[in-house]
Design a protein around this ligand. Structure first.
Ligand SMILES: NC(=O)c1ccc[n+]([C@@H]2O[C@H](COP(=O)([O-])OP(=O)(O)OC[C@H]3O[C@@H](n4cnc5c(N)ncnc54)[C@H](O)[C@@H]3O)[C@@H](O)[C@H]2O)c1
Length: 247
């Protein structure tokens, strides 16, 4: 039976685009109220793009350490204590390791890792108080294998898996599960930009199922981990990679 999210409040970062928006749509279709957090101003109108009512959009730049606490405060004030947090805000800046400029390294770490941590910390505080929470962090296949020109990205995503493990053990007794999801290339704006043309065709050939992932497939996995049936699952990193990391 499909999970129902009636009565649940889900905070989703990066919800203006790609995986974040698709997860928001998937959960909203099943009854959740969505609080979308994004740098992109279009997040303000997320309620117009989702099924159901009672959704809310928050513009925040999550590279700013205080932004996460402000976003969770606003979510609690306007919609209520979140049951679910999905950390999908992120970016991929590709450079050969010898050329990575300091600002591009720092920006990657600031959003992919620190933004994820501060959101989990702020949401974790209110979830632990409520005794219930589901946190899902977007890592990547890049967390477990090396990828050409992905030094900053791979480092940030491997760290997200480490962070997920620590939070899961600290918060397990408080009713809060924390898991990571690690897709191969997903056909979103980020995925299409990083894997365009010949480079993308080569990457596709390296995936045993022979194709990239669709955002809906990632959303379905995240929804399972966000549901009540997944209470025994915490501290895991779920690969959704068509077999890519086994070859
Ligand atoms: N698409 C892929 O191939 C792929 C594969 C594995 C993992 N991932 C991960 O999944 C997540 C979502 O990726 P996507 O493909 O949906 O990307 P996307 O570019 O479509 O969406 C990312 C969203 O994050 C937001 N964002 C970026 N920086 C931000 C900031 N500083 N503050 C607030 N919001 C910010 C963007 O505005 C955008 O709406 C990322 O963490 C990415 O690393 C993606």
């Amino acid at each position: 039976m499909e999970a129902t999210f009636a009565g649940k409040i889900a905070v989703i970062t990066g919800a203006a685009s790609g995986i974040g928006f698709t997860v928001a749509h998937h959960l909203a279709e099943r009854g959740a109220r969505i609080v979308g957090v994004d740098l992109n101003e279009s997040i303000r109108d997320i309620g117009d793009r989702l099924p159901g009512t009672g959704h809310h959009g928050i513009v925040q730049n999550l590279t700013v350490p205080t932004a996460a606490a402000e976003a969770i405060d606003e979510a609690v004030r306007v919609v209520g204590t979140p049951h679910i947090l999905v950390n999908s805000a992120g970016l991929a800046l590709l450079d050969p390791a010898v050329d990575v400029p300091a600002d591009r390294w720092q920006l990657t770490i600031d959003i992919n890792l620190s933004g994820t941590f501060y959101m989990a910390q702020a949401a974790g505080r209110v979830m632990l108080e409520a005794g219930y929470g589901r946190i899902i962090n977007l890592a990547s296949q890049a967390a477990v294998i090396g990828l050409d020109q992905h030094a900053a990205y791979c480092a940030s995503k491997a760290a997200v898996v480490g962070l997920t493990q620590v939070l899961s053990l600290e918060w397990a007794r408080g009713g809060v599960t924390v898991n990571a999801v690690s897709p191969t290339v997903v056909e979103t704006p980020l995925g299409k930009a990083a894997w365009a043309g010949e480079r993308g065709e080569r990457a596709k050939a390296e995936i045993p199922v022979g194709r990239f992932a669709q955002p809906e497939e990632v959303a379905a996995l995240i929804a399972f981990l966000a549901g009540d049936d997944a209470s025994m699952i915490t501290g895991s990193n779920y690969l959704i990679d068509g077999g890519r990391t086994t070859v």
